[in-house]
Design a binder for this molecule. Structure first.
Ligand code: DCP
Ligand code: MG
Length: 360
């Protein structure tokens, strides 16, 4: 039996805004265009949800429901940065990751890099790491297929961890409104209501041929998932993999020149691997562990995929400025490159020669 984890960040854009602007914390926050415009709500904080506000609602309507709600425009760059960090965390557990959006992904941890057999333990660790490294909360669902893992992650939001075992599956599915089933949008939901099908239990009562007659090819799929059968694999995205190097320093270091020298070595080592495999990457991640074992990762997506040591170092040094290096002693340094591109299948690019620069 497979072990699948579904992770979904809580009130994603709104939580990033509250994290970055303390004045917004604890308040109803709406990410989206201002009321009075034709804009809609991208998402809103849990404080705003109490007023009935939700994604895709018009900003004007949201303002009516909660006049004191604070509207903030989206900052996609910030959300992408968080998404990159979360991805680098996932990659420490498995390469078999299927991202669904910036804030959501399936992980198949049947075989995993921690050699742990408890997917629940892994999920708990991942949520903890996300909290530590991004300051944000996510929810996780653990089960034996994608459908149930996703149902589980939504079950105790925010910051929830829900496990659905094979024994519990029927209980969850029977109560589940059909709108929550994979593939059931507004149109199908209405058709199901018309046919008197409102929950998983109602769905299970129907014969396979009946469902096929009503919903075509998807009918068979619904017949299976309401019985907890979902064979869809977690589709692994080659670009999601990463190549990385890290070293634990002989002693904790706060001197920036020394840190730069270490990074130069790591970058050279990493570059050699990328060249040997003839790949380059679009995202550079710097990992810094302080003397108190607190881990900090910073990521950056670059316009030109990197492979040369100089390019990697340049980005790592840029990211280093966004850490507390120099002010806090460091015990471990690492660089990884993800968003990998196989150069043998890509059109040749004009390689630019990069010279490493000195940390200022
Ligand atoms: N989003 C959007 N427009 C939508 C739905 C979502 O722009 N109609 C964006 C904003 C969300 C992000 O995608 O923050 C993630 O979508 P989710 O559905 O996961 O919603 P949230 O993460 O905001 O909240 P939840 O805690 O319910 O997951
Ligand atoms: Mg979410």
């Amino acid at each position: 039996m497979r072990k699948i984890i579904h992770i979904d960040m809580d009130a994603f854009y709104a939580s990033v805004e509250q994290r970055d602007n303390p004045e917004l914390r604890g308040k109803p926050v709406i990410v989206g265009g201002p009321p009075g415009s034709r804009s809609v709500v991208a998402t809103c904080s849990y404080e705003a949800r109490k007023f009935g506000i939700h994604s895709a609602m018009s900003s004007t309507r949201a303002h009516q429901l909660c006049p004191q709600a604070i509207f903030v425009p989206p900052r996609f760059r910030a959300y992408k940065d968080v998404s990159d960090i979360v991805r680098s965390i996932f990659l420490e557990y498995t390469d078999l990751i299927e991202p669904l959006s910036l804030d959501e992904a399936y992980l198949d941890v049947t075989v995993n890099k921690k050699n742990l057999c408890s997917a629940t333990l892994l999920a708990r660790e991942i949520l903890q790491q996300i909290k530590e490294r991004t300051g944000l909360t996510a929810s996780a669902g653990v089960s034996y297929n994608k459908f149930l893992a996703k149902v589980a992650s939504a079950y105790q939001k925010p910051h929830g961890l829900t496990v659905i075992t094979p024994e519990q599956a029927a209980g969850f599915i029977d109560k589940l409104p059909v709108g929550k089933f994979y593939g059931v949008g507004k149109v199908t939901e209405k058709a199901m209501f018309t046919a008197g099908i409102r929950t998983g239990a109602d769905l299970k009562k129907r014969e396979k041929w009946e469902l096929i007659k009503l919903f075509g090819k998807m009918g068979e799929f619904y017949y299976n998932i309401c019985r907890g059968v979902d064979e869809r694999p977690v589709v692994y995205d080659e670009n999601y993999k990463s190549v990385g190097r890290e070293i634990t320093l002989a002693e904790d270091v706060s001197d920036l020149e020394e840190i730069s020298a270490e990074l130069q070595e790591i970058a050279a080592d990493l570059s050699a691997t990328l060249q040997k495999k003839n790949i380059s990457g679009c995202c550079v991640t710097l990992k810094v562990k302080y003397e108190d074992f607190i881990l900090n990762t910073r990521s950056r997506t670059v316009e030109q995929p990197v492979q040369q040591a100089g390019q990697i170092l340049e980005n790592a040094l840029f990211l280093l400025r966004r850490t507390e290096a120099g002010r806090r002693k460091i015990r471990l340094l690492g660089i990884s490159v993800s968003g990998l591109i196989d150069n043998s299948t890509e059109l040749p690019r004009d390689e630019q020669l990069y010279l490493p620069f000195v940390f200022d």
